[in-house]
Design a protein around this ligand. Sequence first.
Ligand SMILES: *Cc1c(COP(=O)(O)O)cnc(C)c1O
Length: 710
Amino acid sequence: MNDGREDVRRAAEDLAERLPDALAPLARLAYNYRWSWLPGGPEVFAAIDPERFVLACQNPVRTLQEVSHATLRRAAADQGLLERIAPVEAQVKADLDRPPYPSIDPARPVAFLCAEYGIHVSLPVYSGGLGALAGDLLKEASDCAVPLVAVGLMYRKGYFRQRIDAGGWQHEYWIDTDPHRLPAALVTGAGEIPLKIEVPIYDQEVTAQIWRVDVGRVPLFLLDTDVPENGPVERWITGRLYESDEHIRLAQYVLLGAGGVRALTALGFEPGVIHLNEGHAALAPVQLAAQEMHSGEQLATGIAAARERTVFTTHTPVPAGNDTYPTSQVEEAIGNLMGQLGIEAREVIALGRTNPEDEDEPFGVTQAALRMSRAANGVSRRHGEVAREMWKALWPELEVSEVPVAHVTNGVHVPTWIGTPIRELMDRHLGEGWMAHAAEPETWARVDQISDADLWQARERQRAGLITELRTRSTNERLQRGDVREYVHAAAKTFDPHVLTIGFARRVATYKRIDLLTRDPEWTQALLGGDQPVQVVLAGKAHPRDEEAKRTLQRLFGMKGAKIVGQRVVFLDDYDLATAAWLVRGCDVWLNVPRPPLEASGTSGMKSVVNGGLQLSVLDGWWAEGYDGENGWALSGEVDSDHQGQDERDASALHKLLDEQVLPAFYDRDEHGIPVAWLARVRASLKTLGPRFSATRMLSEYVSGPYRGS
Ligand SMILES: *Cc1c(COP(=O)(O)O)cnc(C)c1O
């Protein structure tokens, strides 16, 4: 089996050679992201050279490659550090040595295919929610020892980075990633020669090599077309995530789907089930069908067999999120591939149409994935309903309620997102190994044993951590933008660790309505500067071609002239996994005001929940099934085609909630300075939402539902 395991081991050994013997275990730890969700894991790498670890974007391999020999010698002589490394190494080893989860045959693992993975900030192959969810699922599969292998693409330039100028306009730039400096190893075959696969795309035979990244027990394989065999255009296929050039984007999907299945075969895997996480990999079942078809068999027969091994998760009801391509373009892209597979391209394209016979209808990846999967699901109860309505035309003979799209509500990987003060508190009260039981209500019920004083202290510590980070970052960003001195100083001086902190961070798309909070400038200023003040942290990227979203950002920045806004509102550039972690840990209130019903699930709010944050959110996505009247606050989830009217109503409802409920609950204190009513809500939130929106619950539903029988 050429599954790259040896290659990762060799890469770690190579790195170990540059280290003093006492530090050799660090090289092995560095090549498996398991350290990143182990208490004490990040700390051992940071301890070697804190500054370099930050410069290297918390990438342990790069840190160890770049750190000076003198520093390494000093670290090797630090007995305290060596004593901290040993238990981390022992825990990772014990974790990797556990027997696999019983109900899935490890010889026939789940193969998870996704265009992006948010594993860690040092592996920039993600953009946002879909990637974060995929990363959390992989880590949870590792924790639960579920046999799962994942396939994606090694984008050499990742997703765009964001810089906002002093006028509030977003600029995009890209940073090259050198995979040799990542915790990744090139998979080799006989004679240590890189293993390669070929896929005809358009009129070229495209070659891809394969990187292996270890995420605990789960191997993640990333296809990479930046190899000498390819011309410059083909090399660019794995250049940027969500490339705007349609031609290349389609090539990426062909590579991910067909190439993904070819790679699994080349690596020696025989998946029991293939999970298409979003429609980008929709051609995977076609490749699978071809591999299982006997000569002379009809495509339909092959697809029927592949369908029995394919499951699909749809992640968005936003039309732009469900890619479609004109027939002629798809024919050009897959014609040669289908010729090689002995399949009529036209038949495959028909599978991607709502009305297969309608030659004018474009090919939709979601339709194709729905048709070729034995099970399909949305990502929250409400999204399941929305998706059945949205795709019912594919099953004209069925009632909407019978449309075969179920739901598995998203969940988040608790060890990744929980902040240290809250985790330590939970460790003391929820019982040994409580995270393994994060899906059980009894686990979280023990939150009642925590005293108000302790709970509040942990919350205060997490908020204070965020404020320190914010002061530094916002000062730097304002300096970099060339902002006026007064505005620069405002951030550093006035952000207050005791002020109610509201977070709003997510993609800046029009439907997310980031400007709902600022529609009425007078009210906004009163809110920020009142006796019971609030401060607001914002972050998020607008799609490079979404001019409307960019103008929204610009309008937001237009308010910074008011002194109070400069002091109490900060926008952080370049929202990523690391920024997200700071925000969900430190914010008291997590705000989400999408236009219903366009939020499929949302997951950042769940990350806030496990940190004792409270939700103020529209009843859409996960919140529509999470809110119970006591565990946060809600705005109407009603659908309304009059957007203007809806925005006005929702803005005033938001104002009312903040003024009449949120602020008083936070600022009403007992004689010890503790907000008792606030903490009652925090407890209700942890107890009711903790078990239901953990990735542990989500994965168990995938295992007992879509994955079953594989
Ligand atoms: C969790 C997360 C998201 C998802 O946010 P939602 O808007 O709640 O879906 C997006 N980006 C990053 C970096 C995240 O960590």
